[in-house]
Design a binder for this molecule. Structure first.
Ligand code: ATP
Ligand code: MG
Length: 388
């Protein structure tokens, strides 16, 4: 008999039509995530999504993948057995051995989808509870406030004993709240900001500005590796790699050095917004963090975002660096982010950047450039990389 997975849906405040859309999206996302692991039957019932393997499947891999699906708050694995009260007891004793030894108190809760089962739910709970209490004398029954709840379920083709739930990723199913463009550099912050926005149900289009040969092919590969790691949370994505070399050279040739970074960032925002409108996205996402560098003061952010009309979401804005690092470790991007490849921002860094730039001065400095033509040229040179 195969194990199955049970995923508890999150954000239960959602009601009516929204709730249905949320659930359909969640089931579709789960199916897509499982497609590379094996064949599964996936369906939702009463705020739970059931994942049942058809034939042999790597259930460890499936369990791990399901812990990264946004919209799921808890994941438990259940062991199947014959629909017989003593088979259920034997399965529970073996399968829950460790959990039962560690729990001070427990209770059994049973559910019958198959009403032809000869005991009621209450009778079954009492029977299994009694047998478990005998088998594990170190723990006691407490029906009011048990440390461990043992779930038993009688389904059509088998009975199931659930293991204690592991935490899910939380958030909302990717795609149920629209799409956004995320500016993905090779650093620590932007993968974290991408993760945080995807978690709120947003499908992401990562955009990377690439300045070959000032930045190497490895630098681009690093960003694609980061995006690949993010797909295990965010689902499939198409990375847009924007050729940025000509723009940077033009800025260096024609603009005062103290404004290099801020003008470059204004170009990034313009191009990102063009990609966003092209793809029906509702916002831009960056990994900016207040006060971290000269281009991330309030004044600099105002100058940067004044070139676009879409909201700029900056989920890392108020975090300390160690909080961002902790998040990066948790989502698995940190080790890749600290690989030593240069980013386009570091190539033309001014020696003395303006920390409190004035918009009018920046606009005047930019007047030396044919902004529209440069944006158009970069946009037309985009390389798209589909992941996975
Ligand atoms: P990160 O760790 O994300 O690189 P950072 O602290 O190094 O952030 P900056 O390099 O100043 O910050 O960039 C701020 C934000 O601008 C980044 O978080 C990212 O969203 C965006 N960004 C910077 N460089 C690039 C790039 N080459 N391609 C795409 N986005 C970029
Ligand atoms: Mg960076």
């Amino acid at each position: 008999m195969n194990d199955i997975l049970l995923l508890k849906q999150g954000e239960l405040i959602l009601k009516g039509q929204n709730r249905r859309i949320f659930e359909q999206r969640l089931v579709a996302n789960i199916k897509r995530r499982l497609a590379t692991i094996g064949e599964f039957r996936v369906y939702a019932m009463q705020s739970t999504v059931y994942v049942e393997p058809r034939g042999d499947a790597d259930m460890d891999a499936a369990f791990e993948a399901m812990q990264k699906v946004f919209g799921v708050v808890a994941v438990s694995r259940a062991r199947g057995c014959e629909k017989d009260k003593d088979a259920i007891v034997r399965t529970a004793i073996e399968y829950l051995d460790e959990a039962m030894r560690n729990a001070e108190s427990f209770k059994v809760e049973s559910k019958r989808a198959d009403k032809s089962f000869p005991m009621t739910s209450i009778q079954l709970s009492q029977y299994v509870g009694g047998e478990l209490a005998d088998a594990f004398p170190g723990t006691r029954v407490d029906v009011r406030d048990p440390e461990l709840t043992v779930h038993v379920e009688i389904r059509d083709h088998a009975a199931y004993v659930h293991a204690p739930p592991a935490p899910g990723a939380g958030g909302m199913p990717v795609g149920c709240n629209g799409s956004a463009v995320t500016l993905l550099s090779g650093g620590i912050d932007s993968p974290v900001s991408s993760y945080m926005i995807a978690k709120r149900g947003i499908h992401l289009i990562p955009v990377h500005f690439f300045s070959f040969p000032y930045t190497s092919m490895q630098a681009k590969e690093k960003v694609l590796s980061l995006a690949r790691i993010l797909t295990s949370w965010c689902g499939r994505m198409t990375v847009e790699v924007v050729p940025f070399t000509h723009i940077q050279e033009e800025i260096r040739k024609n603009c005062p050095e103290e404004y290099f970074t801020i003008i470059m960032r204004r170009f990034m925002m313009r191009i990102a917004e063009k990609i966003a409108y092209y793809n029906g996205c509702g916002a831009l996402v960056t990994g900016e963090n207040l006060g971290q560098v000269a281009s991330q003061t309030m004044e600099a952010m105002m100058v940067t975002e004044s070139v676009c009309t879409l909201p700029v979401l900056r989920p890392c804005i108020g975090l300390d660096k160690d909080e961002i690092v902790r998040a990066a470790r948790k989502i698995g991007t940190f080790e890749t982010s600290i690989l030593p490849y240069e980013d386009c921002c570091t190539v033309f860094t001014p020696r003395h950047p303006r920390t409190r730039p004035k918009l009018a001065d920046v606009v005047a400095a930019e007047a030396a450039l044919d902004v529209d033509a440069l944006v158009e040229e970069a946009f037309n040179g985009i390389e798209r990389v589909r992941l996975p």
